[in-house]
Design a protein around this ligand. Sequence first.
Ligand SMILES: Cc1cc2nc3c(=O)[nH]c(=O)nc-3n(C[C@H](O)[C@H](O)[C@H](O)COP(=O)(O)OP(=O)(O)OC[C@H]3O[C@@H](n4cnc5c(N)ncnc54)[C@H](O)[C@@H]3O)c2cc1C
Length: 383
Amino acid sequence: MKNNKVYNFIICGGGASGLYLAYNFLKDNYFKNSKILIIEKSKKNSNDRTWSFWEKNYGLFDDIIFKKWDKANFNSQNFSLNFNLNPYAFKTIKGIDFYKKIITEINNSKNIEIIYDQILNIRSLKKNSEVTTKKIKYSGEIVFSSIQSPLKKKVGFPILKQHFIGWFVKTENNVFDPKRIVFMDFDIVQKKSTRFIYVLPFKKNEALVEYTLFSKSILKDDEYENGIKTYLKKINSGKFKIIDKEKGSIPMTAYPFWENNTNNFMTIGTAGGWTKPSTGFTFFNTIKKVDKLINHIKSNKPLNNFYKNNRFIFYDSIMIDVLYSKNEIGGEIFKKMFKMNKPKLILKFLEEKTNIYEELKIMSTFPIKIFLTSLFKKLFKRY
Ligand SMILES: Cc1cc2nc3c(=O)[nH]c(=O)nc-3n(C[C@H](O)[C@H](O)[C@H](O)COP(=O)(O)OP(=O)(O)OC[C@H]3O[C@@H](n4cnc5c(N)ncnc54)[C@H](O)[C@@H]3O)c2cc1C
């Protein structure tokens, strides 16, 4: 094996977080003389996922937005709410457009290189970190990794998953409102777990329909798919054609992902805990975290100082504990949350922009007994 090509920064995994971090290195003059390497195992030439998020005003990726909406619906048994998202817009971008945009800019740059190879091992040493691929060994003064590895069980940190299958469908009947997303529809059989339908309508007869769970274990594919079929029948879609599919399982946990970070090695993206634990949304969090990380690197602080717990991780962990121990009441909790609070406040809370009074109002939505039990478990690490 060839040995030790040396870089200032190595980014392991060129997906959402790896490419976005590289893009920020590229746009910042401070790094113009840094030698940067991305190692990615796949060519990123297919649309392997779509990313949706809510955002105020113009955003960095508005030039590649596939569709945006300013209206939404929350639905559950005996309660339905249509609402305006203003001042937010819900935006969707296709993975392939994101990859193309960033990889094109990187290919035109002088100091960032992408290598397509499989990483076998990453080792953090005293002064640098080493990355071993199938073909070669690289050395980086600083190494970031977005490669997920299985999480070891840890007392006090239950792990749920946001898992789903989504179908991009074209239906016989015009059953979708192209101006309004279905943020969550809990009016489906819950089977003692937290399940909902999520719809992104592109046209009156075209949409992404996703059958999603927040729960411990993934299901067989046909259970999600039957859920989508049942929903389409319920809304009277008529015959439909599946244009494309997506499938995912994202960890929802307040797990301390940063424990193994060192002064020259750090996990990023989902692997680094950048997924919002209580929702599974990651894309917008990644944008926010990378902005902070760039400033952190420029101030020469060690990487293992990057993470600071805030009160939002505490709220997230309470939510995860509640859903972990009483998964069957998830739908009721979300229903109460949307019944008792303005949806804009909920989005602001999930964006971690609320003040403590607003947060107390939202947290008071939780059934008090269950909230206190979770708080007790959290404080005394009982699981
Ligand atoms: C189908 C799907 C839809 C999603 N939709 C949304 C959404 O709408 N909104 C939202 O906020 N979040 C969404 N997510 C969650 C999250 O935003 C994405 O998973 C996002 O891609 C996470 O970014 P990342 O950089 O952590 O991981 P990734 O984007 O998965 O990047 C990791 C990269 O590492 C590479 N890699 C892995 N192992 C190796 C190895 N050994 N050697 C070299 N390279 C390797 C992979 O090929 C990949 O490109 C979705 C996830 C999925 C799976």
